[in-house]
Write a protein that binds this ligand. Structure first.
Ligand code: ADP
Length: 481
């Protein structure tokens, strides 16, 4: 069985969020049971030397979009530690010129062109390489054009007749919406795709809707999120369409790469530890407190938050609770970047309190050090498709304090249940969040309970083993159809 993954970001080469982690780790777990190819853009930030990414000979390809011709080249390397081929689509005009995966301030029309160009290039390169996929697994709106292309442009193409598509929703909030003229750029036939059973949504093109309508299976990244997106509250205007497609919708929980996230082997830590040598975790806490100018005190818990600073992540609740946070007997460290208002809020808090510190920017190494140093991990998301941060936090023995939504509801067992691994609150407001935080601070004083919870969290299994089987079964079921 051949499976083709297409995604805008793939860890460890390019990463902005959880999507990269998923596409960079799930294939490892199905490598032995399927032949895999991963396609992703060659973003300018990807270090080709570090990863040994080489250009394939004679890979130049010209494609026409509307009346514009664009040149592509194809690069390749192996996914580290595996035999899986990762193909990087090179295009100077759209991708290689940027040092970010999602550059800010791009014109939205241009943003659409980038991913339309990438999606078509993936289909054409797969053909050139003769990788006749049984399953194409597309992810989020950036590659949502692929199932639409299969339905329109490749409809009568012999080569793709037996290919089935899986479309995975990592985040329904970003759907890829633009005016219908973009279909001309995509060389798509309006009479086939521009209708309410295709890509049309309230008078505009909506790529995600197209993928939902044309894919053979839709996957949401956690069972609770798969249910939530059928409702008006979480459906982002797509709930009606999704309810119609419910028969092919599945919720499969993401896993994390247990080799990449391992406090026992993580080279970025001051001192390595595991569940049996938790006392060494304190050395990491000491070091990070020093780094951030906080006074280390073993009786004060350290609460961390590492996130994109966008409304989804519940930063509003932090703003609402700033005074309450200053009054608690705990220290807080934030690591994040994104929305300027939120960045300014955190900088202001950092400069005007004794117990809150922030680092604005993206820093993978520092992230791991903070996971290892912290006692609790705050994640007050408004919605959370799956969330990987809480899984990483648990792996590093930092207990999540979460709003019980989406994947957070599925992965955290809230105190005081048996074998609890974290703390939950339900209503989206600062008061409820602080109640959960205060509960955590109280439990921290009771070392017996705290250590038992830590052990449960570190021993909880969120590796890909279970979820990858679910994906494999779904692929097999489709391929045999
Ligand atoms: P999302 O995909 O919505 O951003 P997830 O929790 O699924 O949220 O995944 C976020 C991933 O990105 C985690 O691995 C987290 O550690 C990492 N991350 C987020 N912000 C930063 C940052 N500023 N620096 C380093 N890592 C970050």
């Amino acid at each position: 069985m051949k499976v083709l993954f297409a995604a805008a970001e793939v860890a460890p080469f390019s990463k902005a969020g959880g999507l990269a982690d998923v596409v960079g780790s799930l294939p490892k777990y199905i490598e032995k049971k399927a032949q895999i190819a991963i396609f992703t853009p060659l973003h300018g930030l990807i270090d080709t030397e570090k990863w040994g990414i080489k250009e394939l000979e004679n890979s130049e390809l010209w494609l026409t979009f509307g009346n514009q011709g664009h040149k592509f080249r194809l690069f390749m390397c192996k996914l580290p530690g595996t035999d899986i081929n990762v193909f990087f689509v090179h295009n100077d005009w759209y991708f290689t010129c940027f040092k970010e995966v999602y550059p800010k301030w791009l014109d939205p029309r241009y943003e659409h062109e980038r991913y339309i160009a990438f999606s078509l290039a993936v289909m054409e390169y797969a053909k050139l390489l003769n990788f006749k996929a049984d399953i194409i697994h597309a992810n989020d709106w950036h590659t949502a054009m692929i199932p639409v292309y299969l339905h329109s442009n490749y409809r009568y193409d012999e080569y793709w007749q037996h290919t089935k598509t899986v479309f995975e929703i990592h985040n329904l909030a970003y759907q890829g919406v633009w005016f219908e003229d973009v279909l001309d750029f995509a060389n798509m036939r309006k009479d086939i795709v521009y209708n309410e059973w295709g890509v049309e949504h309230y008078g505009k093109v909506n790529w995600m809707k197209g993928a939902i309508n044309y894919s053979d299976r839709i996957v949401a990244v956690s069972p609770t999120y798969a249910r939530e997106i059928l409702t008006g509250e979480y459906g982002e205007g797509m709930d009606y369409t999704l309810r119609g497609a419910r028969y092919k919708l599945r919720g499969i929980l993401n896993g994390i790469d247990y080799d990449a996230f391992n406090p026992k082997k993580d080279k970025t830590l001051v001192k390595n530890y595991d569940v049996k040598t938790l006392k060494y975790k304190e050395d990491n806490k000491k070091a990070i407190c020093e780094k951030f100018g906080l006074k280390y005190n073993p009786d004060r818990p350290l609460i961390a938050c590492i996130t994109r600073l966008v409304p989804q992540k519940g930063i509003d609740l932090i703003r609402d609770s700033e005074n309450a946070m200053k009054d608690t007997n705990a220290d807080y460290i934030f690591l994040g970047s994104g929305n300027k208002d939120y960045e300014n809020l955190l900088i202001w808090l950092s400069n005007n309190s004794d117990n809150i510190r922030a680092y604005i920017g993206y820093n993978g190494e520092l992230a791991n050090q903070i996971y290892a140093a912290s006692d609790f991990y705050l994640m007050p998301s408004k919605f959370e498709p799956c969330g990987l941060s809480q899984l990483i936090a648990m792996r590093y023995g930092s207990l999540p304090i979460v709003r019980a939504t989406g994947g957070l509801e599925d992965t955290v067992v809230g105190y005081p249940l048996n074998d609890s691994t974290g703390f939950k609150f339900w209503t989206y407001n600062g008061f409820d969040m602080m109640q959960a935080v205060n509960c955590a601070i109280e439990v921290y004083k009771d070392k017996y309970t705290f250590n038992a919870m830590r052990k449960s969290a570190m021993e909880a299994d969120f590796s890909w083993k279970k979820s990858s089987d679910e994906y494999l079964n779904m692929y097999k079921e489709l391929a045999n159809k």
